[in-house]
Every structure is written in C-alpha cells, then in structure tokens.
Write a protein that binds this ligand. Sequence first.
Ligand SMILES: [Zn+2]
Length: 132
Amino acid sequence: MKMRFRCGCGNVFNGTEQTTVCPGCGRPLDLNNCGAIQVYRMGNMVGMAVGMGIYVDEMPFGHLANKESVRLVVPYGTHKLHMTLSTNRNCNDPMITITPEAPVAFCKAHISGGFVAKIVIEPANPQDMPPC
Ligand SMILES: [Zn+2]
C-alpha cells in the first residue's frame, strides 16, 4: 500500500504502513488520530502525461499520475480535497470527513471534458479502487 505523508516540517513523501519517521527532518511522525484519503485518478486522455497536483486543506500533498492511486495520511476531521492539472484549478473541492469509525475515505478523480475542463472528485467504493 503506497501511503503519502505530510510532516509538520512541510516535507511530503511516500512511504508504507511501516513508515514512522520523516526522512526530511528525522522526526517521528505523529500517526495517532490519523486516517487516510485514498484517491484514484481515473485514466483519461486529457492531460494524461501531466501529474495532477493534490492539495489537502490548501496544503500541497504531492502529485498523482494518470491511473495512479495513493493514500494520503491525514488527521481525523473534515478536510477539503483540491486537485489541479497544470494551470487548471477548476475543481469541485469536496469536503471529506475521516473518523475513527470510518478511517479511510475513497475518492476517484477524473477530468470532465468540454470547452473548460473541470476536475471532478467523487466518492468511490473500496472495490472501485485499483491496488496502490
Ligand atoms: Zn519532517
């Protein structure tokens, strides 16, 4: 399972369930009271060579390639998920709530075509998600 972390120092990095320390500053990660948002970028011809930018609560959370999925480790609570594609910041910005009872939220993102493309993030079922 590919997991992505954001340390208090601002470092964003990929890891696994075994990751306990930030490779940037060496501090232990505080993973108590954390869950995850699993995001799957559905395959799409539009902008397929370009990584989508991921933002949680306005903070950068790395990139997502075409057909890639990743688990973003976030604290319990409600978070705004925003994605960009190159200079396109037109996104539906869903609010996603992570709780101890439902610690992982599943979302899929796609680009809705048209004259002005829009990035649409919608809830997904675990069985819709490819392994990551
Ligand atoms: Zn750090």
